[in-house]
Design a protein around this ligand. Structure first.
Ligand SMILES: O=P(O)(O)OC[C@H]1O[C@H](OP(=O)(O)OP(=O)(O)O)[C@H](O)[C@@H]1O
Ligand SMILES: O=c1cc[nH]c(=O)[nH]1
Ligand SMILES: [Mg+2]
Length: 211
C-alpha cells in the first residue's frame, strides 16, 4: 500500500477549520468539498491518459486525454457522499458507484446496507471517498468489494486517518502496490469509542445531522 499525507498549508488551514466544533454545518460541507478537490489533485496523479490530436487556432498538436475506460468514483455512504461534488469537479467524466456501510458502534464491524457498483470493474481505476479512516474496517471491506469485481487499482481519499486504521488497511492489503491512500492528516490515535483523536467528531453527523 502506498500512503500519501498531503503537506500543503491550504489543506492544513481548511482542515483546522473543519475540526472546530463550532464550525457551522454549511461551512463544514463547503470545506469538505474544497479539501477533496485539493486532495484529488494528488490522488489522480496516476490516472490513465492517452495522446490525442487537438487542433488549436494556430496548429495541430498532440494533446493528452483521459483514457477509456474512465475511472469510477465510489463514495462510501453517508459521509463519503459529502466528498462527491468536490471530486467530480476534477473528474467530470468519471462514473459513480455507491457503497453504503455503517459501522456498528458496539462491535465496530462495518455493515454493508447498500451496494450499487457495476458487477464488472475489470481494468477500472477506482477512487474511494470516505472522510474518516478510524479502525480501518470500512475501508478494508470497501477495497475488497472493488478487487472482487476486478478493479485495476484503488485509490482512497480520506480527510483524517488514525494510525490504527492505516495499520489495519496495510496489513489487509499486504504489499500490493495497486492500493493508495491519500489523506490530509494522520492524527494521534483512536479513543475508547474508536473515534479519531483529535479528529473532527462524526463526519456523517456533521455533514447531514441525523444520528
Ligand atoms: O474505520 P472505521 O472504524 O470503519 O470507521 C470509519 C467509518 O465511520 C464513518 O462512517 P459511519 O459508520 O459513522 O457511517 P455514516 O457515514 O453514515 O455516518 C466514516 O465515514 C467511515 O465510513
Ligand atoms: O472519528 C470518527 C471515527 C469514525 N467515524 C467518524 O465519523 N469519526
Ligand atoms: Mg457516522
Amino acid at each position: 500500500m502506498r500512503l500519501h499525507v498531503a503537506d500543503h498549508p491550504l489543506i492544513s488551514h481548511k482542515l483546522s477549520v473543519l475540526r472546530d466544533k463550532d464550525t457551522p454545518q454549511a461551512t463544514f460541507r463547503e470545506l469538505v468539498d474544497e479539501l477533496v478537490t485539493l486532495l484529488a489533485y494528488e490522488a489522480t496523479r496516476d490516472v490513465r491518459t492517452e495522446p490525442r490530436e487537438v487542433i488549436t487556432p494556430v496548429a495541430a498538436t498532440i494533446g493528452t486525454h483521459m483514457a477509456d475506460p474512465k475511472p469510477i468514483v465510489v463514495p462510501v455512504l453517508r459521509a463519503g457522499l459529502g466528498m462527491l461534488g468536490g471530486m467530480m469537479k476534477l473528474l467530470p467524466t468519471a462514473e459513480v458507484g455507491f457503497l453504503g456501510l455503517k459501522r456498528d458502534e458496539e462491535t465496530l464491524q462495518a455493515i454493508t446496507y447498500a451496494n450499487r457498483l457495476p458487477d464488472d470493474l475489470s481494468g477500472r481505476q477506482c477512487f474511494v471517498l470516505d472522510p474518516m479512516l478510524a479502525t480501518g474496517g470500512t475501508l478494508a471491506a470497501t477495497i475488497d468489494y472493488l478487487f472482487e469485481r476486478g478493479a485495476h487499482d484503488v485509490t482512497c481519499i480520506c480527510l483524517i486517518a488514525a494510525p490504527e486504521g492505516i495499520e489495519l488497511v496495510e496489513k489487509h492489503v499486504g504489499d500490493r502496490a495497486d492500493v493508495t491512500v491519500v489523506v490530509a492528516a494522520v492524527d494521534e490515535r483512536l479513543n475508547e469509542k474508536a473515534y479519531i483523536v483529535p479528529g473532527l467528531g462524526d463526519a456523517g453527523d456533521r455533514l447531514y445531522g441525523l444520528t
